[in-house]
Design a protein around this ligand. Structure first.
Ligand SMILES: Nc1ncnc2c1ncn2[C@@H]1O[C@H](COP(=O)(O)OP(=O)(O)OP(=O)(O)O)[C@@H](O)[C@H]1O
Ligand SMILES: [Mg+2]
Length: 357
């Protein structure tokens, strides 16, 4: 699937715009504050119904307007099928549409429109707590394993109920243990399998982008090895009661990335960290190619923190995937895109977006 049409109404400084992106590479260029990141935000909102920039409800709705409205058309590569999607957000209401029908769950759109975002904040995947890395992993598993979302919801419910019992009704805590352990094992297996397919791609990408030979990535599942989770829940029951919280399980998992025995966020330069994150996220994107599906990759400010050689390496790596790519930059001359067969350039100025031909 690629986004073949996008219409935006009242998103930040974009009043109204319509574009027809290329199926592969799209370069969005313009001065600071012209509206480039807002365009990416529009695409992201369409696929995920939330912003990657701000969690404050509706902060992206244009000042003095009531709502943001987005329309998109997705074109399948295999057939000529077009799927219409829509998103409308006012301060009170969110409305999602798929094929002209209102839908309630954003996962229905997320399933057909996987989106990866890489931007100036991407290094936070490495230097903030484990929860972003679990989300990263779970996003990948969600797109591969169609049962994952259901299992994950069951697990979250069991965890919530167990935690609440720990605080208010300790006698019934263990009644949640079977459901908790059953779903925990499934989540763990799914994550492990996924990481096994991701890892070789990640290491290949890393070798293309950097000279960081010997960088290690490993998975910590959230409870000790060689001892069933159910036993560990029993032995840590008193501690859990005191904490009011379940201390073991997949909600404590992490993806550990180390270079020369030190966590990468403590050891690598910002540019190197950025490249590690590119290698990870583009490995995820490339896994879609193997399943005849493709992923949208949004890259905000490619040039920041990358020198000419590394920008060029990133572009070369991108050119090997089937993903549809949107890259923003303040200076289109900084991006060497001559080896791309198909591309479109869009110039952004004061919220107006024009294709450059
Ligand atoms: N709710 C809003 N209503 C109107 N304008 C807004 C709103 N939120 C942000 N803006 C403005 O929209 C403009 C475009 O912002 P955006 O972040 O898209 O720019 P950009 O082209 O990505 O810039 P940079 O190159 O600095 O990253 C900015 O001037 C910003 O102040
Ligand atoms: Mg920007």
């Amino acid at each position: 699937m690629s986004l073949s049409f996008l219409e935006i109404h009242n998103l930040r400084n974009i009043n109204h715009t319509k574009i027809e992106p290329a199926p592969r590479l799209n370069i969005i260029f313009g001065k600071n504050a012209s509206g480039k990141t807002s365009l990416l935000e529009g695409i992201y909102l369409l696929g995920l119904a939330r912003s990657f920039r701000s969690h404050r409800a509706g902060s992206y709705i244009q000042m003095e307007q009531q709502k943001t409205t987005l329309h998109g058309k997705l074109k399948s590569e295999q057939s000529e099928n077009i799927t219409a999607i829509g998103f409308e957000k006012s301060l009170k209401n969110t409305e999602l549409k798929l094929k002209g029908e209102k839908i309630r769950r954003v996962s229905e759109i997320a399933k057909i429109l996987p989106i990866q975002i890489l931007g100036p904040e991407s290094h936070s995947l490495l230097d903030s707590g484990p929860s972003l890395r679990r989300k990263f992993l779970d996003w990948g598993v969600f797109h591969v394993e169609h049962n994952y979302f259901e299992v994950w919801k069951r697990y979250r419910r069991a965890l919530r109920q167990r935690n609440s019992a720990l605080r208010t009704n300790p006698r019934i805590v263990s009644s949640w243990d079977n459901e908790f352990c059953e779903t925990a094992e499934q989540i763990d297996n799914f994550r492990r399998e996924y990481l096994a397919s991701l890892k070789p791609r990640f290491l290949d990408n890393l070798a293309q982008l950097t000279d960081l030979e010997g960088l290690k990535i490993s998975y910590r599942r959230g409870w000790a090895k060689d001892n069933p989770l159910i036993n560990q829940l029993k032995t840590s029951l008193e501690r859990d009661k005191q904490a009011g919280y379940t201390g073991r399980g997949p909600h404590r998992a992490d993806l550990v990335i180390e270079y020369e025995g030190v966590s990468v966020d403590q050891r690598l330069s910002r540019g190197q960290q950025k490249l590690v994150v590119y290698a990870l996220k583009l490995a995820q994107a490339s896994l879609f190619d193997t399943r005849n599906q493709s992923c949208l990759v949004l890259i905000d400010d490619l040039q920041s923190e990358l020198d000419e050689e590394h920008r060029s390496r990133v572009l070369q790596l991108l050119s090997n995937t089937e993903s549809q790519i949107f890259i923003t930059t303040t200076d289109a001359n900084l991006l060497e895109t001559s080896y791309w067969p198909e591309k479109k350039m869009f110039h952004v100025e004061h919220g107006n977006i024009q294709e450059v031909v």
